[in-house]
Design a protein around this ligand. Sequence first.
Ligand SMILES: *Cc1c(COP(=O)(O)O)cnc(C)c1O
Length: 396
Amino acid sequence: MTTDCLMSTYKPLALSFVRGLGARLWDQAGREYLDAVAGVAVTNVGHSHPLLVAAISEQAGLLLHTSNLYSIDWQQRLAHKLTRLSGLDRAFFNNSGAEANETALKLARLHGWRKGIEQPLVVVMENAFHGRTLGTLAASDGPAVRSAYGALPGDFVKAPFGDLPAFERLCAQHGHRIAAVLVEPVQGEGGVQVAPAGYLQALRKHCTRRNWLLMLDEIQTGMGRTGQWFAFQHEGIVPDVITLAKGLGNGVPIGACLAKVGAADLFTPGSHGSTFGGNPLACRAACTVVDIIEQQGLVQNAREQGQYLLERLREVLNGHPQVVAVRGLGLMIGIELHKPIPDLVALTARNHGLLINVTRGQTIRLLPPLIVGPTDVDAIVQGIVNALNGAEASRE
Ligand SMILES: *Cc1c(COP(=O)(O)O)cnc(C)c1O
């Protein structure tokens, strides 16, 4: 088949998978790959997890969808689980990350208006990624994704990520108009940039003092990815709003916006909604994902295997001519290179049976499923080393 009938928003590799199990995928020729992309931090409990397959199959035979005009038991159960795990109070369910962030941005406007601000602003970060809708594009950085689309909502002021003095200067300048701060605890698309220790705590203090909403985009970092259920838990704070998607449904599309009561209660019946959001199939899938993560101890496994992966990579890549830095949190790891290596993704897949992703042109991003063990980690490390050396050799 060709891609002639698809809009060319992606340039997919000539590689297509027909089956997955755990951390492995198989292509049309039956070749096996170790998956260190996990559908971009989505298939966190692995491919074809038997409990998830059973839950989805059973629910498909019972009921897929009824709309939010009726109570949905699985939605209430999921909200209960997520609020218990996060310490936030209420949930609203969407179908994607961008939509979850739109929900958060609407809360920010309502919060600002309640405070008497006519045109409320949200502080966002340089190098941020929050999605592809017009609103979330406006909150994101990067001329490549924004420039073609003309005027975007003007609700945002931008601070350099991780830089507190710069944040404080921005607040001094715009403070009277600010309603909220939106930040990724680890910038994923932005090249796996980890917030410096104490940064989120400092933002929490600012927001509490000035009655701004602290809103964390945990779409990529949430659901155990960084070795805590949510990345903010590394810092012992509780935000006012968080957004989730990616790993929440392990591939069944679902997003969520969670909020503390004060922010959550800004919505009233009719002020926000979704046709598909929170349907029985997606919510049952996500409930099952949460159960699997708990039963298999995957949050702790992400912490341990992430630590091991980071250490091993630092060991073997120390002094490597192509590597600038190795960084990460839990199983979200970036290897920044001096220069982009064209076709590195394809070469690694073809020659080493390892699936990796490259973000911001020259940072290898590793997002293996949270089920990986030490043998998988060793295989990832070996594949990366071989790929870097192979890419170097092929250039000479
Ligand atoms: C992937 C991602 C999004 C967008 O999610 P979609 O489901 O693609 O809309 C937003 N924020 C972050 C941090 C992400 O990683």
